[in-house]
Design a protein around this ligand. Structure first.
Ligand code: CTP
Ligand code: MG
Length: 228
């Protein structure tokens, strides 16, 4: 069985910070709900762990209770960093969850194909992450703002979610990070520190993370072209 963890407990600073961006509506539906509905369409996904800020728990529970066709879910409280939010979610894994997906609630345009391919690759390799080839040339810079070097673009990918892992590997990675005070910017970076080879699943450029106000317009445009 597959359990999926959805961090949605951030402060949405780049969106303006006044409301949790995961509650903003996209084509009439809150982003969080759209994301949860997509994962609920996948048969082998059996449990959803939704992570929000303490003061949002009740509202979100009510919202999820009113939503049809969701897989069984639980809502819990996040932490001050994304990694701490997910660490809280990991405490609530059902015993039979063998594959764990972590997916930013703020990526409501993820495709079923990407989710399925991440699950399959996580089963096969222990860890797999959605990513797209880098479009821009990326420079490694120094602390004074000068270029150190330019890695070849063909070797670079921009990483997204979902990221999927075998349960024991992910739990071990989170324990090690906590013991060593390592704070990563994605889940894979914690697992990489165990020496596990992480498989890249080529995703879609449409799987954007809703981050700044214009991302809402971009996402609406993608959705309109899907409906036609
Ligand atoms: N997240 C979380 N707990 C945190 C920080 C982030 O659960 N302490 C979640 C966000 O709610 C979001 C996802 O992780 O769904 C990706 O993070 P990001 O896009 O950076 O969202 P925010 O941190 O809310 O936005 P910002 O960085 O602009 O404040
Ligand atoms: Mg953030």
């Amino acid at each position: 069985m597959v359990a999926a963890i959805f961090p949605a407990a951030g402060s949405s600073k780049r969106m303006g910070g006044s409301v949790n961006k995961n509650f903003l509506k996209l084509a009439g539906e809150p982003i969080l709900i759209r994301t949860l509905k997509i994962f609920s369409q996948i048969e082998r996904v059996n449990f959803l762990i939704v992570i929000v800020a303490k003061h949002e728990v009740e509202t979100v529970e009510k919202l999820l209770n009113e939503t049809e066709n969701l897989k069984p879910w639980i809502v819990t409280i996040g932490g001050s960093e994304r990694q701490y939010s997910i660490a809280n979610g990991l405490k609530l894994l059902p015993d039979d969850a063998k594959i764990i997906l972590v997916h930013d609630a703020a990526r409501p345009l993820v495709s079923l194909r990407t989710i399925n391919e991440v699950i399959d690759a996580a089963k096969k390799f222990g860890g797999a992450i959605a990513a797209v080839p880098a479009k821009d040339t990326i420079k490694i810079i120094d602390s004074e703002g000068f270029v150190k070097y330019t890695p070849p673009r063909k070797d670079l990918v921009a990483v997204q979610t979902p990221q999927g892992f075998c349960r024991e590997i992910l739990l071990q990675a989170y324990n090690k990070a906590a013991e060593e005070n390592f704070l990563g910017t994605d889940d894979s970076s914690l697992v990489e520190r165990l020496g596990v080879r992480i498989k890249i699943v080529t995703s879609s450029y449409e799987n954007i993370k809703i981050t700044t106000p214009e991302d809402i317009k971009i996402a609406e445009t993608f959705l309109r072209s899907e409906i036609k």
